[in-house]
Design a binder for this molecule. Structure first.
Ligand code: 13P
Ligand code: SF4
Length: 299
């Protein structure tokens, strides 16, 4: 059986669309209807004219699509597609911080559960976090769960950022070290370093450019050679878009288990059996939607 052919057939039969994150396996990027970063995917989810949205990404992204499209069927091809960082933040962390800083707005990265988003004043992605935080009418901001993105935002705004939870991080981006920076500079002296803001502060400080994955796609036109400090599949995405430029992964071990849990076979079975359907309890979805819509308005 040719899985790609079967997937295309099922998509047509069921009026389904495949939205994929930039970190998906090459063969999944190749069959997707739309590929993007988390902000672009959230935006796309608002305007989708399909009965089924199959989300090739991690669970919080599919939840965001469902919250924005309560009447559509949103499918996640495997329950293993989850974000370790999103799972670090619990509602109790938010409530504790709120007790200490009652006037501070709660700004949450979209990499959070729907339940946590229900407690947010606004959500952000790495593409718009600094812009949105600077627009808020408050000097102190509760920000979670990525401590490195909190550092990035603090440096670019005049606000006091309170990161929650303590040590919130992405294990994929934590893998990059100063040795990776040194090796990149030695091996590719003409290349610029493009770095995701989930990387540690010392790596951010060495970057030629810091960007979300969507920002990487947009800015890669500015130079001919790049060393890429984010999940390894980003290199495939960039190389396909810019065949005449050179892209090198800064560290081949930067591999997101949740993103890579999805295979073509999962996508085929997911469309065939219409599983696993994302459900978000109505009261949580209503509150989370406000925070996500505020982000879309402000960015
Ligand atoms: P982007 O919004 O930059 O795609 O980031 C999402 C993510 O999970 C990065 O690890
Ligand atoms: Fe989550 Fe990190 Fe994977 Fe992004 S790369 S989905 S932040 S675990």
């Amino acid at each position: 059986m040719d899985l790609v052919e079967e997937i295309i057939k099922l998509k047509e039969e069921k009026n389904a669309i495949i939205l994929a994150h930039n970190y998906q396996l090459p063969e999944i990027q190749d069959i997707a209807d739309f590929i993007g970063d988390s902000l672009e995917l959230a935006r796309k989810a608002v305007n989708v004219d399909a009965d089924i949205i199959l989300f090739a990404g991690v669970d919080f992204m599919a939840e965001t699509a469902k919250i924005l499209n309560p009447d559509k069927k949103v499918l996640l091809p495997t329950k293993k597609a989850t974000c370790a960082m999103a799972n670090m933040l619990k509602v109790e962390h938010i409530l504790e911080a709120k007790k200490k800083y009652p006037d501070a707005p709660v700004v949450l990265y979209v990499n959070t559960t729907a339940e946590c988003k229900a407690y947010a004043d606004v959500t952000v992605t790495s593409a718009n976090a600094a812009k949105i935080v600077s627009k808020l009418d408050a000097d102190t901001i509760i920000f979670g769960p990525d401590n490195n993105l909190a550092y990035y935002v603090a440096k670019r705004t005049n606000k006091r950022i309170i990161p929650i939870p303590e040590g919130g991080h992405c294990y994929v981006h934590k893998k990059f070290t100063l040795e990776d920076v040194e090796r990149a500079r030695k091996l590719y002296p003409n290349a610029k370093l493009i770095v995701h803001p989930e990387c540690n502060p010392e790596i951010q400080e060495k970057a030629d450019l810091i960007a979300s994955t969507g920002g990487m796609v947009k800015n890669a036109c500015l130079h001919n050679e790049w060393v890429v400090f984010t999940e390894k599949e980003m290199v495939y995405r960039l190389q396909k878009l810019y065949p005449n430029k050179k892209f090198y992964p800064a560290n081949e071990d930067a591999f997101c288990i949740g993103m890579k849990a999805i295979t073509l076979k999962h996508i085929y079975e997911s469309l065939r059996d219409e599983k696993y359907e994302i459900e978000v309890p109505k009261d949580i979805a209503k509150r989370a939607r406000k925070a996500i819509e505020r982000m879309l308005e402000l960015s």
